[in-house]
Design a protein around this ligand. Structure first.
Ligand code: DP6
Length: 314
């Protein structure tokens, strides 16, 4: 192993969501998804040799207990690439994602870890291979290997090696993402458990792969033509369709809080007044706005605590 591996990977917001696995071992999705990476918001990870004779995991400067869920997931992932080297490692990660903005840190976390391990173990993997490997830590991490618009192709092979992300290389400088903090309430069911419950118990889930495939096509069109309305409408409908399958699960899975619904109505009211703004939501109560630079001032007025990200600013 080398002396040190160090990397940053951005968080990402899916415009067409990944929801449901066809293989839980290899973490293969039922549908393809498409996201936009969040530029400078994400995870910075350093991998070095551990000096204590045991694997160590540090998150935002705090040593994690070896039997915590987080440390176990990290060590399990490192072990996929350790080979015969029994050398214990120290993995240290800093997330600069605004706390409680409702952004998954598993996407940027596993992507940054994969990039750092590639250096540390001199794996010399290509970006495509890094994406397929990051996927095994967390599905959405396959997309966080890249910046800008990214598509995670579901793949069809049993070994999963064709299930990785690709970058679309279609910059859209005026695009803005707004992070709205609705509530800091901890989510009780994580994405992994949530999607499994949906696949197993919601008849409505049968329509999801069709919805996702149609939305993916629309998003490609929207991105190709920089058609903001098509992008926003597609992303919002896609998110609400995913949530419909969750609500139709048993026991029901409703991530929305009263504040989430209030924020949705606010977006719809603003839209009725002529503002081009849309939202998307993941497996939590917070909402993320999609808008264009020209409307940033109006949206900051409507949502004073909005955290604005310009995904294509350098
Ligand atoms: C709703 O990637 O966190 O955010 O593969 O089990 O780690 P695992 O799931 P994860 O799921 C993300 C679900 C989502 C939609 C998305 O980001 O595409």
């Amino acid at each position: 192993a080398g002396e040190r591996g160090e990397a940053f990977a951005p968080s990402n917001i899916a415009l067409c969501k990944y929801w449901g696995k066809r293989d839980r071992e290899l973490n293969l999705p039922i549908n393809a998804s498409l996201s936009v990476s969040l530029a400078h918001l994400g995870s910075h990870t350093i991998v070095t040799e551990s000096d204590t004779g045991a694997d160590r995991v540090v998150l935002n400067g705090i040593e994690q207990s070896t039997d915590s869920k987080f440390a176990r997931k990290v060590v399990e992932f490192v072990s996929l690439f350790r080979g015969d080297l029994q050398q214990p490692v120290l993995v240290s990660t800093e997330n600069n994602i605004p706390t409680a903005a409702g952004l998954a840190s598993s996407a940027s976390g596993f992507a940054a870890l994969m990039l750092a391990l590639n250096q540390f173990y001199n794996l010399n993997l290509t970006d495509i291979e890094l994406s397929a490997c990051a996927r095994m830590g967390s599905g959405s991490a396959s997309r966080s290997i890249f910046t800008g618009f990214v598509e995670w192709q579901m793949g069809h092979r049993d070994d999963g090696m064709d299930s990785h992300a690709i970058v679309l290389d279609k910059p859209w400088p005026d695009l803005r993402i707004g992070l709205v903090k609705v509530t800091t309430a901890e989510k009780k069911v994580d994405s992994r458990a949530g999607m499994q419950r949906t696949v197993e118990s919601a008849h409505l889930y049968q329509s999801w792969p069709l919805q996702a495939a149609a939305d993916l096509e629309k998003l490609h069109l929207a991105i190709g033509q920089q058609d903001f309305m098509l992008l926003g409408e597609t992303a919002e409908q896609n998110a609400l369709s995913m949530h419909a399958t969750m609500i139709a699960s048993w026991p029901p899975l409703l991530y929305w809080q009263p504040e989430s619904v209030a924020a949705m109505h606010k977006v719809w009211d603003l839209r009725a007044q002529g503002l081009q703004v849309y939202f998307t939501m993941d497996a939590g109560p917070n909402i993320k706005l999609l808008f264009q630079q020209q409307d940033e001032a109006a949206l900051l007025e409507a949502f004073p605590e909005l955290e604005v990200v310009a995904p294509f600013s350098s």
